[in-house]
Design a protein around this ligand. Structure first.
Ligand SMILES: Cc1cc2nc3c(=O)[nH]c(=O)nc-3n(C[C@H](O)[C@H](O)[C@H](O)COP(=O)(O)OP(=O)(O)OC[C@H]3O[C@@H](n4cnc5c(N)ncnc54)[C@H](O)[C@@H]3O)c2cc1C
Ligand SMILES: NC(=O)c1ccc[n+]([C@@H]2O[C@H](COP(=O)([O-])OP(=O)(O)OC[C@H]3O[C@@H](n4cnc5c(N)ncnc54)[C@H](O)[C@@H]3O)[C@@H](O)[C@H]2O)c1
Length: 491
């Protein structure tokens, strides 16, 4: 006899992965319940993470006139006195709009939403404690754990919500500090550090590591750090934090080697951990690792209890809104016994710092480590007409190309629109294209995208022997030899 459940799919968490899982399952005609304890849909992504930080960035760039400073000088400002209210106004509107879009999406797709904190009773049943103190039990044939993550808060950090805060505390600041210390130079720390530096706040970045952003191509990071130093950002790298004390009302970060950094506000961004603490995982036959993360099958996103799936930040790397959404969709397909779409080989990484960084594919360092013969081509944004128009003096784009097959291996960008531009490279990579595509293709003019063509020509110039009187690259036809070689060789 088939067992009856209240819902075909229960999703715990309404962030990017939970939302995608819920909508996908409902598109397959399944009954779906989403449970979230926040009281509003959207998850960390909408309320404290991706959307607030990116809205803050956009507000700061607009109000400071950052993008125009190349033309009008570093003292140029659109609004002279920018205060916390200026920053929060746009934030409130954006978040409200996001929530409305999500609520409407759930409604249109017949997804039920219930607010309350969920915990397992057994592998098919959860108990939902609602904010008023009551509770009820519901059962689901499949359960998707999409509870996300929360800032890691070590006991020795004196968080007080005003002088020492984590990234959740950056939403709705009641004042703009004159100086900011950021402890932890991961993506979150770097994004906020550079956004506040663009506001002319004096920023110091502390990290125990000697090298920051070690998954990014070194040349990009070196250029990025150079630009930040030029903006007067201070770095205290290679020294772990020993303690934080409050002196004369200001937080002072004391490093193991004795260095001290005093500021108005200290932001601690030393990593995140899976929000599994309240789930009573043992009742469902599950346990989390020391960072609260769940282990899953990388193809189906099933946990070791097969009807329970886990997606998004709760499974750890890469912990992005973008990848979380795809994980949610795949888990829903599997839970609804539909074909599971394979995840594309390459996904981009976007760091919304000032300036932006975005990457897809492998770095030069990885190419060397894997002993892949490669060549790199670089194009500076200032060499494009768009760069001239926008007075973009700094950004550049770099492509990595396999010397044997001419296939594109990686794209690395620092500068304006990097997080948008990267998708051109991503498409070529996922379709297994060669760098000659960029030479042959016609791009809109004037655009930053032309930098792909210049970088490809840079590669061409480096790998093609020069003959007297033949300085220009020949027109490369679709029948030219490089794409032919691609079919038989592997990179
Ligand atoms: C400051 C910051 C900036 C970021 N910027 C970017 C970016 O630019 N690009 C990008 O791709 N990613 C970014 N990220 C990462 C991105 O926000 C996360 O990868 C994404 O939100 C993870 O989605 P998720 O589906 O795991 O759920 P989350 O968005 O983490 O949401 C989980 C939800 O589950 C709910 N929940 C938890 N436990 C329970 C329970 N027991 N019962 C009921 N509900 C529960 C929570 O209330 C929450 O609403 C950023 C993150 C931060 C913190
Ligand atoms: N644009 C984006 O895609 C984006 C933006 C923000 C966050 N995220 C995601 O959020 C996740 C978490 O980011 P995060 O930056 O909090 O964590 P992280 O783990 O990436 O970085 C933490 C950093 O803090 C340092 N650190 C930790 N403890 C320290 C101490 N006591 N003293 C000095 N340094 C210390 C570590 O060396 C590390 O460099 C990332 O995995 C990322 O994928 C993505």
């Amino acid at each position: 006899m088939t067992k009856h459940y209240d819902y075909d799919v229960i999703v715990i968490g309404s962030g990017p992965s939970g939302r995608r899982a819920a909508v996908q399952a409902s598109k397959f005609g399944r009954s779906v319940l989403v449970v979230d304890r926040r009281g509003k849909v959207g998850g960390v992504s909408v309320h404290t993470g991706t959307i607030p930080s990116k809205t803050l960035r956009e507000t700061v760039l607009n109000l400071t006139g950052w993008r125009e400073r190349g033309i009008y000088g570093m003292n140029y400002r659109v609004k002279q006195n920018i205060d916390a209210q200026d920053l929060n106004m746009r934030l409130g509107k954006t978040l409200d709009d996001e929530v409305e879009v999500l609520e409407h999406q759930f409604l249109r797709n017949g997804v039920s939403v219930e607010y309350g904190s969920a915990k397992f009773v057994d592998a098919h049943t959860i108990e939902i404690e609602n904010p008023a103190g009551g509770s009820r039990r519901v059962s689901g044939k499949a359960i998707v754990v999409a509870v996300g993550s929360a800032p890691h808060r070590p006991h020795n950090i004196p968080f007080d919500g005003t002088r020492v805060i984590d990234s959740d505390g950056m939403v709705n600041l009641d004042r703009i500090p004159r100086s900011l210390t950021v402890v932890g130079a991961g993506v979150i720390g770097i994004e906020y550090a550079t956004i506040f530096s663009a506001l002319d706040v004096r920023v110091t970045i502390i990290d125990q590591r000697e090298h920051i952003l070690d998954f990014i191509d070194r040349e990009i990071v070196d250029d990025f750090i150079h630009q930040l130093r030029d903006q007067s950002v201070n770095f205290r790298l290679g020294g772990a934090l020993e303690s934080i004390v409050i002196e004369a009302g200001q937080p002072v970060a004391i490093l193991e080697d004795g260095r001290r950094v005093r500021s108005d506000l200290l932001l601690y961004t030393g990593g995140r951990q899976g929000a599994t603490g309240d789930l009573n995982l043992a009742a469902a036959g599950l346990e989390a690792d020391e960072r609260g993360r769940l282990d899953v099958d990388p193809i189906t996103f099933q946990t070791k209890t097969p009807n329970i799936y886990a997606t998004g930040d709760v499974i750890g790397f890469p912990a992005l809104a973008s990848t979380s959404m795809e994980q949610g969709r795949i888990a829903a397909c599997h839970a609804c016994e539909q074909p599971v779409p394979p995840a594309p080989k390459f996904f981009p990484y976007g760091i919304y710092s000032v300036p932006e960084i975005s990457i897809v594919g492998i770095t030069e360092e990885e190419a060397r480590k894997k002993k892949i013969p490669y060549e790199a081509g670089v194009a500076r944004f200032r060499e494009t007409s768009r760069g001239q128009i926008m007075a973009e003096t700094q950004g550049f784009l770099k492509i990595i190309v396999c010397l044997k097959t001419h296939k594109l291996l990686g794209v690395h960008i620092v500068g304006e629109a990097a997080t948008e531009l990267i998708h051109i490279g991503q498409a070529v990579l996922n379709f297994g294209g060669s760098f000659e595509y960029f030479i042959e293709a016609t791009f809109n003019y004037p655009t930053f995208a032309e930098a792909y063509k210049s970088a490809a020509l840079d590669v061409w110039n480096r790998i093609t022997p020069r003959h007297a009187g033949k300085g220009e690259p020949p027109a490369i036809s679709p029948e030219s030899s490089a794409p032919q070689r691609m079919k038989t060789e592997s990179h």
